[in-house]
Design a protein around this ligand. Structure first.
Ligand code: AMP
Length: 400
């Protein structure tokens, strides 16, 4: 149930009059451009506060990674039972359209980041006029729309599934001619975990598929008979340096990520190609923070190559293994990036690693998994364990 403008602090017992009074402006060198947006930001000092839009498990794990660095987090979320509120220095529960609450939030933090890509454009612009927002909100304009995103990727000469826009029944016919069948029809906006998607088989009823998406502006993508799905989680610092985590192999069930495995079963050459793709995308965006690029591994003649499926401009589920099984986690890399701190070179711990998502009621007996050596359990502290809801994850490391 969304609540309105409830602003609370986790530290009411704090002897200081307000949580923020002593933080001061930690960013030096902020510059406003002519259109009022901040452009340059400097390094955060310990004690500074990072504002996070969104209060789910990603925000929670970002805040947990910020704490050992002496950085505080202030979460802004419309849902009062957001699981990130449990672990942050301060929280604002308000609608993304509530400019009074947004203004106060911006005033209380030193830099702003986000845990999800569907931050309303108006919210991002409002905040960017007051505090640095990283990654730059322009990235959201690209990644919130599958057609713009695919055009952006193709513009970098990076391969994707064949695709065509669909805005009408006539255009759907043209798209099928161009792309062929089988294909997947996807809404341009707001689709995730297979939502807003409909497969069209060879000889299938394309119009019924389009109707099932409520005739929403969509793209038609050729159905890729991929060998495996992989992702690269990459961080880019304020200095432009990029550090990629190892290529991760992902297994989905019912369109939801179930297991991530490292190392992925790919050759060193393919792993290099995948990392180069992620690096090129991060550079093209002039990105600051962590992003994930999801890819399909396909055969091309006698060799294999990758096709980009999707960009997530945020920390990503396929990078959760890095908390326990890498020398730096994706969450810490993101915090370091937005804070203007140096990035670490990530190295895997252990011979192999598996991350298993705990979905729905699976969370209820998570503790028993701790009897397996090398296993860590992360439970997100969400309310109801509804089917399909990501409630936690388990990481298992096999020693070298
Ligand atoms: P997405 O929401 O685009 O990440 O898609 C969710 C999942 O659907 C992917 O992880 C794939 O398993 C599958 N999928 C998406 N697009 C395609 C495609 N063009 N061809 C085959 N499978 C796909």
């Amino acid at each position: 149930m969304p609540c309105r403008r409830l602003v609370h602090s986790r530290h009411r017992g704090n002897p200081w009059p307000t949580s923020f009074r002593f933080l001061g402006p930690h960013l030096r060198g902020d510059e406003r451009t002519k259109d009022g947006l901040y452009q340059r930001t400097d390094v955060l000092k310990p004690g500074a506060t990072i504002g996070i839009l969104g209060g789910g498990q990603l925000a929670r794990m970002l805040a947990l990674a910020a704490a050992p660095l002496g950085l505080r987090c202030h979460v802004f979320s419309p849902e009062k039972d957001s699981c990130a509120f449990d672990v942050v220095h301060a929280g604002t529960c308000a609608a993304y359209e509530d400019e009074t609450a947004l203004g106060r939030f911006a005033g209380a933090v030193d830099v702003i980041t986000y845990e999800f890509e569907n931050v309303p454009a108006k919210t991002a612009a409002f905040l960017a006029g007051r505090k640095p927002v990283l990654p730059d909100p322009q990235v959201l304009e690209t990644t919130q729309d599958r057609l713009i995103e695919k055009n952006f990727i193709s513009g970098l000469k990076i391969a994707t599934a064949p695709f065509a826009p669909v805005h009408s029944a006539t255009q759907l016919e043209e798209a099928i001619k161009a792309v062929g069948l089988p294909a997947v029809l996807k809404t341009r906006q707001l689709g995730y975990d297979g939502k807003g998607q409909a497969k069209i088989a060879k000889g299938g009823d394309a119009i019924a598929a389009w109707r099932s998406l409520k005739n929403a502006p969509s793209i038609l993508e050729g159905f890729i008979d991929f060998e495996r799905e992989v992702s690269v989680v990459a961080a880019r610092g304020r200095d432009g340096k990029v550090e990629c985590f190892e290529v991760t192999e992902n297994e989905h069930r019912d369109h939801i990520l179930k297991i991530s495995r490292v190392p992925a079963k790919v050759t060193p050459a393919l792993a290099r190609e995948a990392r180069l793709v992620a690096t090129s995308i991060a550079r093209a965006f002039d990105y600051v923070g962590v992003l994930a690029v999801e890819m399909f591994v396909v055969r091309k003649g006698r060799r294999r190559t990758v096709l980009v499926n999707e960009i997530a401009p945020r920390v990503h589920n396929s990078g959760h293994w890095t908390i326990d099984a890498a020398t730096v986690s994706q969450f810490e890399q993101h915090i370091r990036s937005v804070a203007g701190w140096p990035l670490a070179k990530p190295l895997r711990l252990g011979r192999k690693v598996e991350m298993l998502n705990l979905i729905g009621a699976e969370v209820n007996d998570a503790a028993r998994r701790l009897t397996v050596p090398g296993t860590s359990v992360h439970i997100y502290g969400k309310g109801e364990a509804q089917p399909g809801r990501k409630m936690g994850h388990v990481t298992r490391i096999w020693p070298r």
